[in-house]
Ligand binder design. Structure first.
Ligand code: HEM
Length: 489
């Protein structure tokens, strides 16, 4: 393998030294890949190149590189890799995050825009408010189950908005299905970038099921059945409830009842798009909430400042509302800093480059997988001094509009360009509201053991795509009698 390719176009971007043939396979870890990716960013600059058996992997390590390529050259940087294992053998090819750039992805994005475009979001405010209240009530009953409650909150919000399905408990069949399938997707099927030996040697898919080494085919059959159930069952629920006249207004029911002429692919697109929204919302929300709790446990003074602001604007006998948002600048800064500090999807999701390209004299070959290195951007010391610390004040400093926009983590943590997260607008309301209500009503601190000693949270990451910390203990209790009343009413 040569670091110089298509000599007339320029050299490949720099990167860690590959071994012959296998390339950088040993440099790629399934666990916390964003840490080595950050090391390469520091060593090699704004673009890093690696390869695995000739498959190019490009990491864009600065906001400039990510915007220059993924946004400005979006027409060639928005495809998705066709991964034999993920797409074909496990049946995920129609999930929004895997559909190739073209007609199908445009149709899906159009539907997503109808569901979660900026102007639609206020319609969800009442639902966000009631889901948040239910979450707070459950927390007060048993705060040790905060992970379960957070998943229930995120799942119920999307199940209601997308399918009109009311989720009542953590034992719900759809929530369990989502839990299992999202885990299979991110920790098994798509772990380590989703590249399996069969992606490099597609003829492996023809291995007979009895042959040694065919274990991946058995797993794929099992996972595919689960994925089909995950996509079909909630959709069937909408259709049945429409027939029986019990359907609640939702993304699916509204579009199914819409008089507009439907294309042949309409129902197929709707079913897969709906599932993609549902599956993408749970672990991302859990990651953000986990880091919010960790931040507060480690930085109690910041919680106190936010509570002081909330008390003076909202008072203590009601929950905050969306109308309070413009008057809570410190809370806004806490929210932004949480997104930056958490970086829930630290290497974004890979895009596939459709044409050879040259960037700042570096040759980037067609077919390369492009990773927006969100982690390197939100930990960039030039952009965010003392980047590893949780400092909401960084967003309150007087600065010009260009710098403000450049610093806004919402410009990065949802990815880039034409594949940017379609749930960003919903999250911007739902996560903000969840955080402000938690701060308004709860005291959150490190847990203590039976002898009153503080328990330091043990933070470990074992998910390949999302930066979800393993569950940890936290002390959560109501701030006051009034808070308890506001939550219970
Ligand atoms: C804290 C919350 C969230 C974060 C940080 C987040 C982040 C991301 C990122 C980084 C991507 C990859 C974008 C790219 O390829 O450039 C993505 C894709 C996606 N997200 Fe989110 N997300 C969040 C919540 C949600 C929610 C609530 C939904 C649905 C309601 C959602 C739906 C999706 C979908 C469908 C995609 C695939 C888009 C495509 O490939 O065209 N996300 N998200």
């Amino acid at each position: 393998w040569q670091r110089k390719s298509k000599k007339s176009l320029g050299a490949l971007p720099p990167g860690p030294k590959p071994v012959p043939l296998l390339g950088n396979i040993l440099d790629l870890t399934a666990k916390e890949l964003w840490l080595p990716a950050m090391k390469w960013a520091k060593e090699f600059g704004s673009v890093t190149y690696l390869h695995v058996l000739g498959q190019g992997l490009v990491f864009l390590n600065s906001s400039e590189a990510a915007f220059d390529l993924l946004e400005r050259k979006g027409s060639t940087y928005s495809d998705k890799p066709y991964l034999v294992m993920v797409c074909e053998l496990c049946g995920c090819e129609n999930m929004v995050a895997f559909t190739p750039y073209g007609d199908q992805s445009r149709r899906q994005r159009k539907l997503l825009h109808r569901a979660f475009g900026t102007q639609v979001i206020p319609q969800y405010f009442p639902l966000i408010e009631s889901s948040t209240k239910a979450f707070l009530q459950r927390l007060l009953v048993d705060s040790s189950e905060w992970v379960k409650h957070t998943k229930l909150y995120a799942g119920s919000l999307t199940l209601s908005t997308v399918y009109g399905y009311e989720l009542r408990s953590s034992d719900d069949k759809f929530l369990k299905l989502a839990d299992e399938c999202v885990d299979i997707l991110s920790n098994r099927i798509a772990s380590g970038g989703g590249i399996w030996p069969v992606d490099i040697f597609p003829s492996l898919k023809k291995l007979p099921l009895w042959a040694p080494g065919s274990g991946f085919l058995h797993s794929a059959q099992k996972w595919k059945r689960k994925m089909e159930e995950f996509v079909d069952e909630p959709y069937k629920f909408v259709k049945t409830s429409l027939k029986s006249g019990t359907a609640k207004p939702s993304f699916c029911s509204t579009l199914l009842l819409d008089d507009e002429k439907k294309s042949e692919t309409f129902e197929f697109d709707l079913k897969w798009t709906a599932n993609s929204m549902y599956s993408a919302s749970i672990d991302t929300t859990l990651t953000a909430v986990s880091h919010f709790l960790l931040a507060i446990m480690q930085y109690p003074a910041e919680l106190a400042k936010a509570q002081k602001e909330i008390d003076s604007v909202v008072g203590s006998d009601r929950l905050p509302t969306f109308a309070d948002r413009p008057f809570l600048p410190y809370v806004e800064a806490m929210y932004k800093e949480t997104l930056r500090w958490a970086a829930p999807v630290p290497l974004s999701l890979p895009h596939r480059l459709m044409e050879d390209d040259v960037y700042n004299g570096m040759f980037i070959p067609k077919g390369s997988l492009i990773f927006g290195n969100i982690w390197a951007i939100v930990r960039d010391e030039k952009l965010y001094p003392n980047a590893h610390a949780f400092v909401p004040e960084r967003f309150l400093e007087e600065t010009d509009d260009v710098t403000k926009k450049k610093m806004d983590p919402k410009s990065y943590v949802f990815g880039f360009g034409r594949r940017r997260c379609p749930g960003a607008n919903l999250t911007d309301s739902s996560l903000w509201y969840l955080m402000v209500c938690m701060m308004a009503t709860l005291d959150i601190s490190k847990a203590t053991d039976d002898f009153g000693n503080l328990i330091e949270p043990k933070i470990d990451f074992n998910n390949s795509v999302f930066r979800i910390p393993d569950p940890f203990q936290v002390d959560i209790r109501p701030r006051s009698e009034q808070a308890l009343k506001a939550i219970s009413h």
